[in-house]
Design a protein around this ligand. Structure first.
Ligand code: 5GP
Length: 205
């Protein structure tokens, strides 16, 4: 029986550690990860094609014009988008794909793919979030302030997500996200064609 992969959208406040959570999900459980395009400058250590596809604004605009993104959004002062081709191909081949994207993008995906699993990763508190952003050491005070402000706006959208996972202890957080996905995939309404098939097979016996 052919089975299409699921779309898993993971959002969370900047600095909450969702990148690490996603990396663990990919390594431990073999999820496929979509690499986004962005107009933001690379941070130290970031690799083009692995962390992001780093684009000029003109190239990014071009991709928008050619319907190259499933969704795109502006975040702080930059553009971010999910390349369409990779995601559609992976899903067609039956692989579950993780998108690590912000709230506007998540809502956009939900409209197009109502079966997408939307998970929000939260910090245990605002204080912990600020500490984590500062401890990265890659952002200026001004950027940290902007991101905290943005986080307070994003908090208003938490209600749009299906699941909330608190990233207090990494292992536990990763396991919780994986459990949510497994559980969702096991739901009866996500297995209707299997149910039909097995009924038919058994009747034919
Ligand atoms: P950062 O600059 O810290 O890497 O990412 C900033 C925000 O953009 C994060 O919330 C991240 O999840 C989000 N983001 C990354 N890629 C995409 C994307 O393709 N689409 C959207 N909508 N958001 C993205």
């Amino acid at each position: 029986m052919e089975k299409k992969g699921h779309l898993i959208v993971i959002s969370g406040f900047s600095g909450v550690g969702k990148g690490t959570v996603v990396k663990n999900l990919v390594e431990k459980y073999g999820y496929s990860l979509s690499v986004s395009a962005t107009t933001r400058a690379p941070r130290e250590g970031e690799v083009d094609g692995k962390d992001y596809y780093f684009k000029s604004v003109a190239d990014f605009q071009n991709l928008i014009d050619y319907n190259g993104f499933i969704e795109w959004a502006q975040y702080v002062d930059n553009y971010y988008g999910t390349p369409r081709k990779f995601v559609e191909q992976e899903m067609t081949e039956g692989r579950d794909v993780i998108l690590e994207i912000e709230v506007q993008g998540a809502m956009n995906v939900k409209r197009q793919y109502p079966d997408a699993i939307l998970i929000f990763v939260a910090a245990p508190s605002a204080q912990v979030l600020r500490e984590r952003l500062a401890s990265r050491g890659t952002e200026t005070e001004e950027v940290i302030d902007k991101r905290m402000k943005r986080a307070s706006e994003e908090a208003l959208d938490i209600d749009e997500y299906d699941y909330i996972v608190i990233n207090d202890e990494l292992e536990q957080c990763v396991q919780n996200v994986h459990s949510i996905i497994v559980c969702r995939k096991c739901m009866r309404e996500n297995n209707l064609s299997f149910i039909e098939d097995i009924k038919r097979e058994l009747q034919a016996k």
